[in-house]
Ligand binder design. Structure first.
Ligand code: MN
Ligand code: MN
Length: 453
């Protein structure tokens, strides 16, 4: 059912307000670090305290825990955490992009480039000839940290990856799409002006001179930096009717934003609310800041310690007794590519929160197959509260597949199902969603935090 058909004037006002805030969030948070900072600031404004600065916690208290500035988890403590477990919504705040390498800067034929290694699954040909911004940090040996964000403001320069002109591309155009742009050709053009009085590598020297004067960055400092090239520019409304949003990073910041707004909207929940925002999902949830690390489990244990409930059995009981919505976007049906989908089980734009019982590939391998009992309880609370939801898969059987963090939390023995915003152009520089779907997903998460048990 198309969610737009449900809306009265009040709904539209709430939807537009949410989406306008969402577009600001997307435009300000283009990396996992920027999103972590944003989420922490928004949570603090809403009264959340840093768990590290807390000695005692009781029902009604709200705390957050940050992991290495790249992931963050929020808790709103409910009545009986051991008895009820947590109501968790978990999303990821990393997105596909081009990462700058350790020894990136080189000059050839008086043009200077930054070498990159792409991050996450991308169609490489989509990332050339478009304006890119550089975001990240450079860490100096003296312990200082320089924040970088260049290319977002109108008066700032942008960067780009060049592509061969069509006039000379006869050979290139015969290649398969997977090799038409090679990974090592995704180097970013960053300068072409020689430094006065220099003969050798004068363009590179101009840039090093600039970086030193402007930021105090030396060439060796790239070794201890994390700089990401992302599409430059703000999130925009799309369509004559402004029914959609086109932006970088909506996988998975659409779900992150919806869960953040939902968790902040819940006052004194019966069951403890927990919103997880993690890094590294796009490369397998690995490393200290990914969902496979112990960060989340340790944070729960720290919460229990502050309630004087910290023993291993309580931790196991809390996690096993929890419910989770794994909040990571799903493919929206694209009629231009209809053969990739099976329409009766495809997510349709504007049809609300997409619930994915299972995906997986080659006979559901790797999927978190949600329990029917859990799905029934969710249908009940959503239906009673007017949430528009659809129940779908990723695409046609044996067309491919993809994973989410669902199975990682399910390993604790808790109830988990994927529930998310459907998205067009997933992993492209500019991804699209329906405003109505964001609104319904926000409502789905909010009711889940309030009523799931
Ligand atoms: Mn993804
Ligand atoms: Mn994702």
């Amino acid at each position: 059912m198309n969610a737009w058909k449900n809306y009265n004037e009040t709904d539209i006002k709430a939807l537009e307000g949410l989406c306008s805030e969402y577009m600001d969030f997307l435009s300000a948070g283009k990396t996992e670090r920027e999103c972590t900072t944003l989420i922490r600031e928004i949570a603090e404004e809403a009264g959340y305290k840093n768990l590290d600065d807390t000695d005692m916690l009781k029902p009604g208290d709200r705390v957050y825990s940050v992991n290495m500035d790249k992931s963050i988890v929020l808790f709103n403590i409910g009545e009986d955490i051991v008895r009820d477990g947590l109501n968790i919504v978990g999303s990821h705040i990393d997105s596909p992009r081009l990462d700058i390498k350790q020894n990136p800067l080189y000059e050839t034929e008086e043009m200077a480039y930054l070498n990159t290694h792409y991050y996450g699954g991308i169609k490489k040909y989509q990332w050339v000839t478009m304006p890119l911004a550089l975001h990240g940090v450079v860490c100096k040996t003296d312990g200082s940290k320089i924040d970088i964000a260049i290319g977002e403001k109108e008066d700032e320069p942008v960067f780009f990856v060049s592509d061969l002109l069509i006039h000379l591309a006869a050979k290139q155009m015969e290649k398969a799409a997977v090799t038409v742009i090679e990974g090592e050709n995704l180097d970013i053009l960053v300068g072409s002006r020689p430094l006065e009085g220099e003969d050798k590598e004068a363009v590179k020297k101009f840039l090093l001179d600039y970086l030193d004067k402007e930021y105090g960055i030396e060439e060796d400092d790239f070794v201890s930096a994390e700089i990401e090239a992302v599409p430059a520019g703000r999130a925009r409304e799309a369509g004559f009717d402004r029914s959609m949003i086109l932006s970088y990073g909506q996988d998975d910041r659409s779900c992150s934003f919806a869960s953040l707004k939902a968790v902040l909207d819940v006052d004194k929940p019966e069951v403890t609310s927990c919103a997880i925002f993690v890094d590294k999902e796009e490369i397998g949830s690995v490393g200290a800041t990914g969902m496979l690390s112990r960060f989340f489990e340790n944070a729960v244990l720290e919460v229990l310690e502050r309630m004087r409930l910290d023993n291993g059995l309580n931790l196991a009981r809390v996690l096993r007794g929890s419910r989770m919505l794994s909040a990571d976007v799903n493919a929206a049906y694209d009629s231009l590519y209809a053969p990739a989908f099976e329409l009766s089980n495809a997510s349709v734009l504007g049809h609300g929160a997409t619930v994915v019982k299972f995906k997986g590939a080659r006979g559901k391998a790797g999927t978190n197959d949600a329990n029917a009992e859990f799905l029934a309880s969710l249908r009940d609370i959503w239906d009673r509260n007017g949430v528009v939801h659809q129940h779908t898969e990723g695409g046609k059987v044996d067309m491919g597949g993809g994973g989410t963090i669902a199975y990682m939390l399910a390993n604790y023995g808790m109830q988990v199902v994927d529930c998310c915003v459907p998205i067009l152009n997933m992993h492209a520089p500019w991804e699209a969603i329906s405003k109505a779907d964001l609104y319904e997903v926000f409502k789905a998460y909010r009711i889940f935090f309030k009523e799931a048990k």
